[in-house]
Design a protein around this ligand. Structure first.
Ligand SMILES: [Zn+2]
Length: 280
């Protein structure tokens, strides 16, 4: 992508990038747990980012199953980001996709915590238990209803059948922004810069995605000018008539994904933080 991020793997056609800011997190882990041995701290750091990557892949795999193209997964100091070219529109599909990441984290957390009991060496037991705990924190934190985080997407998908996509997104985004402001204030009081960055990121992305959905819905429900040929009703006859020939440019009718509003990116944001303190 650039010299500031490195492509480290490609899984099921999805490139996995490590952002330079990962070094910030790794340095913090090394400082905090270096006393337990560099090897231990290094494995903890690797376990931390592998957990986030698997969580993102959970989202990405379901998205692919639902016909969405996943451009890439980025691992950054504020969590994982799955960049998609489109998102499923059906509420059930969105619910499944948003739940897939937390489900992966839950599974890994349970397996590692259970596996920790079977480890013969105490350091390994501790390592398994800590990475298992990281996954459970990842699960709980991401289920906060702070749209566009997972919990917020699940919340929106539940609202859509009742309120429609536009209004559901508006409600979810408003709640997301409110939680982001509260989280930002908590981060300021706790003097936790990374949590503050996450709060700002969530706030801006809630607004950005709300605007995108509103633009999409407007395009979907709008009626565009038509030009007709061979229409007995004349050039402005019934647009739904069988004889109408539609001249698409500069518009096209069809699903919103075919309508060129502007290039968009849909990000899944996952964050590994808990009450102002990094776990791990
Ligand atoms: Zn997630």
């Amino acid at each position: 992508m650039s010299w500031l991020s490195w492509r480290v793997a490609t899984i099921r056609g999805i490139p996995l990038f490590l952002d330079w800011s990962v070094l910030v997190t790794l340095t913090m882990i090394l400082f905090e747990y270096g006393g337990w041995g560099i090897g231990f701290a290094g494995l903890l750091g690797i376990g931390f980012f592998v957990s986030i990557a698997l969580h993102e892949l959970g989202h990405a795999w379901v998205a692919q199953k639902k016909g969405c193209r996943v451009r890439r997964i980025r691992l950054t100091c504020i969590g994982g980001i799955a960049e998609m070219e489109s998102l499923p529109r059906r509420p059930l599909d969105e619910l499944l996709m948003a739940s897939a990441g937390p489900a992966v984290s839950l599974f890994i957390g349970i397996v590692l915590l259970a596996g920790a009991r079977c480890m013969p060496i105490e350091r390994l037991r501790t390592l398994f238990a800590m990475v298992g705990a990281i996954n459970l924190v990842l699960l709980v934190f991401n289920l906060l209803p702070a749209f566009p985080m997972d919990g917020g997407r699940i919340f929106r998908s539940v609202l859509v059948p009742r309120f429609g996509r536009r209004r559901a997104t508006r409600i979810a985004a408003r709640l997301g922004r409110t939680l982001a402001v509260m989280g930002g204030l908590a981060a300021l009081m706790a003097r936790h810069p990374l949590l503050l960055v996450i709060a700002i990121f969530v706030f801006l992305n809630a607004t950005r995605e709300q605007h995108r959905v509103e633009a999409e819905e407007t395009v979907q429900t709008a009626r565009f000018p038509f030009w007709y040929a061979d229409s007995s009703d004349g050039p402005l006859g019934d647009p739904g008539g069988d004889q109408a020939t539609i001249s698409p440019p500069p518009y096209r009718r069809g699903p919103a994904s075919q309508v060129p509003i502007r290039p968009t990116r849909h990000d899944f944001v996952d964050n590994p933080f808990d009450d102002g303190r990094r776990i791990g």
